[in-house]
Every structure is written in C-alpha cells, then in structure tokens.
Design a protein around this ligand. Structure first.
Ligand code: ADP
Ligand code: ZN
Ligand code: ZN
Length: 770
C-alpha cells in the first residue's frame, strides 16, 4: 500500500516481481552498506548490482525533425547552445540523443533545447524502459495415444512420427519433420493427444565440454592450507599467500568440493576475463555444470538468464569478475578472491566506486562464511591486516606487521612458499639498457634477450614477451614540425590501430573512442613524413618480425582479444604449439598457467616504474613478479629477462631477488611517513564540466569547505592527469585522513549542494587510480 501522502501520479504499478519473491535480507543489507560506505544513492547501487535489463529506466530524449529544418539553419540560431545541440544531433544517424548525454556535453542545454523546440526543429519524447524477457520456444509433447483410432490417417501419422522422435519436439521442428502446420497441431491438442507448451530457453555462455578431472594429491603446504581452511567455521578472512605456480587453485577446488556435496555454494572472483577461460575450464572439469560464469562480457540476455538461474539456486559455483560479487547465489559458504591484489577489482565509474575485496568482506560477514584472498603478491592493505595471532609460527612477518596499526579486522595468514614439485622460481636477469646503447646495440631488444629468442625455436620451447602499455603510448607525429595528432575532444594523442591486413589504418582515442583515418600529410605543415611512435605490441611485433622472421608470434592485447572467445582461441593456439612467442600487455600477468613457457622477457620495465601515483611501486612490483611467474611452471626450468634504464630502482632489486617481504617493509615505511593507505585513508572527489572555469571554481569552493575539518588533509584542487576528456574538463581534490576521522554522510550531502547542475561530482572512496 503506497503512503497516503504520495501524489497519485508518482505511483506506478509493479510490473514484475523477480521470480520467487524478494532477496534475502542479507542481500539488501549488503546493498545498503555499499550505499552508505561509497556515498551512493541506494538506487544506483541496485543498478550496478542487478543485471542490465532486469531494472529498466525511462529516458527523456531529444530528436530532430529534419523536415522542419531549413537549409543554412546555423545562421538562424543566435544561441551557441542551440547550435551545439543541433550539431551533435546531426552527427547521429537518427538525430536522436538522451537529455542526460546532451546536458553533459552542452553548457546551457535547457536554453538551447528551448530554442530548437520553439522552432519546431526538434521534439522531445520519453523512451520507456526496456525489460529483458526470458527467451521461450514452443514444445510439442505426445500425451495420449489412446485416442489413436478416432484419428484420421494424417493425424495418426503425425503422432507416430512424434513418438519416433522421443515423443517431444520443438514446434518448429515438429512442423518440419511431420510435414504439418501449427493449426493441425493445435487441432490435435484440442483432441487431447498432444500438449503444446511454452518453455524457457536459457541463454548462457557456450563453453566446450571438458573431460572430468580428479583431485590431485596435495603437497604438504597445500594440505596444511586446506586443513586450516576447512577448519574455519563462520566468518573468517584468510590470506593465501602462494608464490606463482604453488597450486593455489588446487586448494580452492578442494576447499569447495565438500561444500557442494552438502548443497552449499561458493563464489569465486577473478580480476579479468582474460584468465577466466583457463580457470573456468579447471572448475568445469572438476564440478561440471554446477559451475556458471558471470561477467560483463556476456551478452545482456546471457547475463539476465545466468543471473536468474543463480537466483533460483540452479548453480553452485559462480566464477566471475568484480560484478559477480552481486550475484544472488543462495547458501554461500565460501568466497574466494583470486589475485586479490589486482586493481581491476576496483570500479572507477559509474558510482558506486566499489572495490570487490571490500564488498566481498561484507558479504562473507553477512553470509557468515570464510573469505579467502589469494595472491603471490598480496596488496599492502591485506599484508598489513594479517593479524599477529593468526600468523604465529608462519614466519617473520609478525614483527613487520605488529609495528603498524591495522585498520582492517584480522586476516589469517596461510602460505604456499614453494612451487609444485619444488620447481624453483625462475632466475631474473636485469639488463641495463643504457649500457646496451653505450656498447652500440640500438635494438629495443638487449643482446641477452635476442640470444634467448634465437634459442626458443631451436629448443622447441615457448616464450612470453611483456610490453607495458598505458593508454596513449603510441602516437603519430610529424617528423618535420613535431605536430602530434590529438583527439579533438580530449587532451590525449590518438593511438594507432592496425585493424587487419588490408584495411585502412585507423587512429583512435582511448578515452572517448573518437576515430579517424591516418592522414597522408601533416595537418599543420603538409609534410608527408608523418611517423608513428611508441612501443605498443604492434610495434614490438613488427620489430620481432624484422629481426626474427622465423619466430611465430601471437599478439595478446586489447586489440586482438576484442571478439568473443578470442582469449580462449589465442591461448589454445599457443598451448597447441602453433606459435613460439606470446607478445602482449598486462593481460599476460594475470594468472596464465602455460607449462611450456620457459622464457619471459620484459621489454621496458620503466613505463611501470615512473607513474605519478603513490601506488606505482607496489603495482610495478606486483606486475613484474606476476609476469616473471609465468616462466618455468612446467618440467623445463624458466628464465626471466627484465630490460630497464633504471636497474638501481628498489622495485627492480626486489623483483630480482623475489623478495616480497623486504619490498613491503620499505614501502610500508614510506606510506606511513606520508600517511597514505593502508595507514591512512583517501577519498578522491572528481569534478567535471564542459566549462573549464566553473569546474575549477567549484573545486576551489569545495576544498575551502573542508579546510576547517580536523585531521583532514586536503591535496588540491588540481587538474586531473588528463585535463580534458570528451570535451569535459576534469579537476580533483584528494582528501587524506586517519581511518577514524571519516566525515559523516550529512557533510557529503552539503557538498553536493555546492555543485552547480553543470558540474558533476563523483566521490571515489578508497581510490586506486588517482
Ligand atoms: P597458482 O594458482 O598458485 O599459480 P596453480 O594452481 O595454477 O598455481 O598450479 C600450478 C600447476 O601445478 C598447475 O598446472 C596445477 O595443475 C599443478 N598442480 C597444482 N597442485 C598440484 C599437486 N598437488 N600435484 C601436482 N600438480 C599440481
Ligand atoms: Zn608537420
Ligand atoms: Zn577523445
């Protein structure tokens, strides 16, 4: 019953209540916690939690009426806003855009829209929400043969054929096989011989069937870890710190197996879909169709159906990326976050800017079940919160940990310090590229790496070549005047994309997706010498082809893995030995288990080391250690070659010695000195607007508003690392404070009031990408 004081026009009918009633109370509790912690309205949290299509949203849109627009329309318009809107709409094929988008793009949107509406050049309308519907198909079933004699010959024939086909066919098949028509079948249904029924078809990711897999007999360290995990009862948090190739996944599998027999379920989160095919295969091989994947690369229909299937309790193991933490899996008795250090567990936009590790912790608490965080390179947050008690006897980290004040409740420590079968971690060779140059080697490959690459094919072994690449590291510039081709909407250079052999070269903006062809002449000085710079995978692949023409390559990056199933295909090709070398970006660091790989090369570690971010060192160490960990996982010993211009960097030293502990020690001391996480906490306020002055002023006002709060340090306002993206100017304010000095929600609502409608504000709690 709606409240009496609610205006009738504000009340709408509930169209559909999700299948069997509502969510359990713990689920709502979870969503509410997220809303409070991330300063996000509950409805936004629900939008992120539920699959697209389950929750519709109506949209106000503006559409051009081209028949009313005269030639040279621009000359009639006085308002720049109206002109801008007209241009944007005209750039769309159907001349149609949402208010929301236009509002973000055009300053003075309301005024400009009015001009267009008054002239009759455009109309506005409401687009109603589009709900996903289950996909259904009609099935024909044989129910009664007894009436056989009363039927004519043709009808008898149909029933016979239906019987020959197991008594059940899809209507479309039945029509074809029995050479009949739907009305004839309806007639038979009326006679009571058959039943025609609507059945739901589940859309889900098609994955190859994998032969069954038996539990492996565990090593001592695995056994110990498993016993500790099985002995847990109720909510507990465990850090499973296992070096690369130590068999963490086997521990997960054996921890889950007994739960499934009891009818309980488990949630497994992984950072990126790039490694999911392999991991999913291992889970499917062990648990068959009790396993279902859930991630944003699924189609809308697949996500919708998978989500409902999970909701109905038809799945016992969900493997997915960060949004899978929201799947309404009943009876969860174990949550696992694999590669817990990975930054893709954090959502930057849209709000809530949640971290799956934080949400997983709450969910485990609410479900009263254990949470396992697994990694070879745990993040400092986890490292610090490993509690003294839980880790007694597990090594020297106690001394380290107790010297810092923990901000997170206790985390028990389990470790797998060795690789399976005592295989050694691969030796890491550091090559000083400055010296290479001095000694006359101008190639991007050091002599050591060249030699190793030569040997690969001779020895019938495989290698991985890692290239660090961030957004705009490849660009086109003019050799005559130095002009760089930039995106017209964003302050970034356009990146080069070689789409396919034979297709025109394309330049694309990685922020707003603007694209254009490669111009033949410099737009500024008309020189024909436009050159492409950078060290993306394409460039390295070209270089490899030149220097090692016999080496067979597979590129593994965002471009080559864009299509559905591409990850799996490329990895399968590689595993089948169809290539000698896998050349790729960060994706390669994420948990691939390729036992034939003996060589890992890092082309230039420097791009990772010198990022302007307090986490740069931690991230560089994690990435390099993870990449190095791909080598020597099988019978043959591995070898790692890291090329750098700064071999004296502490991260490089630590990677070389595989010494996570002393790296953490040094890094934590630095963080503590500056009160950065995990000791202090951060909140980042991101502001953006099409008006560069207004956004800067607003940022200033907000920063001033905070200045009298005790225990709060304000960094900024400062322009974001890339000031302009998609024509919006971006400023940010970083708030640093002790964990207990958190401002209350009412303070935050005041801040929103300080923001004019044209400036958008995102509150990023515990930000990672600053
Ligand atoms: P991690 O996840 O720690 O990097 P994996 O679980 O991928 O390590 O294990 C590395 C390899 O060792 C895999 O190929 C896995 O099948 C194998 N493996 C794991 N545990 C055992 C075991 N107890 N005995 C034999 N092989 C194992
Ligand atoms: Zn030029
Ligand atoms: Zn752009």
């Amino acid at each position: 019953q709606p409240p009496a004081d609610l205006a009738p026009e504000k009340i709408r009918e509930v169209e559909d209540v999700v299948s069997r009633g509502f969510f359990p109370s713990t689920y709502w509790e979870l969503l509410n916690r997220i809303a409070a912690y991330y300063y996000t309205p509950l409805i936004q949290v629900i939008r992120v939690a539920l699959p697209p299509g389950l929750l519709g949203r109506s949209q106000r849109r503006l559409r051009l009426k081209p028949e009313n627009i005269p030639n040279g329309a621009e000359n009639f318009l006085r308002s720049t806003a109206a002109l801008q809107i007209l241009k944007i709409l005209q750039s769309q094929q159907d001349g149609d855009y949402s208010f929301k988008y236009l509002k973000r793009q055009v300053k003075g949107f309301d005024w400009g829209k009015k001009q267009l509406l008054e002239r009759g050049w455009a109309e506005n309308y409401l687009e109603l929400p589009r709900y996903s519907k289950p996909q259904t198909k009609l099935a024909v079933m044989l129910v009664n043969n007894g009436l056989y004699t009363k039927l004519n010959k043709r009808q008898q024939e149909i029933l016979k054929l239906l019987g020959d086909h197991g008594g059940e066919l899809w209507l479309t098949e039945c029509v074809e096989i029995c050479k009949t028509t739907p009305p004839t079948l309806r007639g038979l249904e009326q006679k009571g011989c058959i039943l025609i029924e609507e059945r739901e078809i589940l859309r889900r990711e098609q994955s190859p069937l994998i032969a069954g897999d038996q539990a492996k007999s565990l090593t001592d360290a695995q056994t110990h870890a498993l016993e500790r995990i099985r002995s847990l009862n109720g909510f507990a948090k465990v850090l499973l710190h296992g070096v690369t190739g130590s068999g963490k996944t086997e521990v997960y599998l054996q921890a889950i197996a007994p739960l499934l027999k009891e009818g309980k379920s488990a949630l497994v989160l992984v950072p990126e879909i790039g490694l999911t095919p392999q991991l999913t295969d291992r889970f499917r091989a062990r648990f068959g169709n009790k396993v279902q994947v859930y991630h944003s690369a699924l189609s809308e229909g697949e996500r919708y159906d998978t989500w409902r299937q999970i909701f109905m309790g038809e799945v016992q193991v969900v493997i997915g990326t960060r949004s899978a933490i929201f799947t309404p899996l009943p009876n969860v008795d174990l949550i696992i976050l694999d590669e817990e250090h990975d930054s893709s567990f954090k959502q930057d936009s849209p709000i809530p800017t949640y971290h799956a590790r934080t949400v997983a912790q709450w969910r485990a608490e609410l479900e009263n079940c254990p949470l396992i965080l697994g990694s070879a390179t745990p993040c400092l947050e986890s490292w610090v919160s490993v509690k003294e008690e839980g880790s007694r006897g597990e090594g020297e980290i106690n001394n380290l940990i107790t010297s810092y004040q923990s901000t997170v409740p206790s985390l028990q420590y389990l470790s797998l310090p060795e690789r399976i079968n005592s295989r050694p971690l691969p030796p890491v060779e550091i090559v000083d590229m400055r010296q290479e140059l001095q000694e006359g080697n101008r190639s991007i490959f050091s002599r050591s790496l060249q030699e190793a690459l030569e040997q690969l094919q001779e020895r019938k072994q495989q290698g991985i070549l890692f290239i660090h690449r961030r957004g705009h590291s490849t660009f086109v510039s003019c050799r005559s005047c130095g002009y760089v081709l930039e995106c017209p909407n964003c302050d970034v250079s356009l990146a080069y994309h070689h789409v396919e052999e034979g297709t025109p070269q394309l330049l694309r903006c990685h922020y707003c997706n603007y694209g254009r062809s490669h111009p033949p002449y410099c737009p500024k000085c008309s020189s024909p010498y436009l050159k492409f710079f950078g060290s993306g995978t394409q460039r390295v692949a070209q270089e490899l082809n030149k220097q090692f023409p016999h080496l067979r390559l597979i590129r593994f990056d965002r471009d080559t893995t864009r299509n559905k199933g591409a990850h799996r295909n490329l990895l399968t090709q590689f595993a089948n030995g169809e290539a000698d070398l896998l050349v790729g970006t960060q994706m390669l660091s994420k948990g691939l288990d390729l036992p034939q790989v003996t060589l890992v090369g890092v082309v230039a570690a420097d791009g990772l080391l010198h990022l302007s971010d307090y986490r740069a060192s931690e991230r560089a160490f994690q990435t390099l250690t993870q990449v190095a960990g791909r080598a020597g996982r099988g019978e043959d010993p591995g070898r790692v070659i890291v090329q750098t211009y700064t071999p004296e960097h502490p991260v490089i030293e630590a990677v070389k010695t595989h010494d996570y502990q002393s790296f953490c020690d040094a890094e934590l001391a630095q963080r503590q000195a500056l009160n950065y996480p995990p000791m202090g906490r951060l909140i980042l306020l991101r502001l953006s607007s099409v008006d560069p002055i207004q956004v800067q002023n607003t940022a200033q006002i907000i920063a001033t508003n905070f200045s009298d709060q005790e225990g709060l340090e304000i960094l900024g306002p400062a322009p974001a690392s890339i000031l302009r993206v998609a024509n919006r100017y971006r400023w940010q304010i970083l708030l640093k404070f002790a964990a207990d000095a958190l401002p209350t929600l009412s303070d935050w609502q005041e801040i929103r009031v300080l923001c004019p409608a044209t400036v958008s504000l995102t509150i990023d709690v515990d930000p990672i990408n600053i």
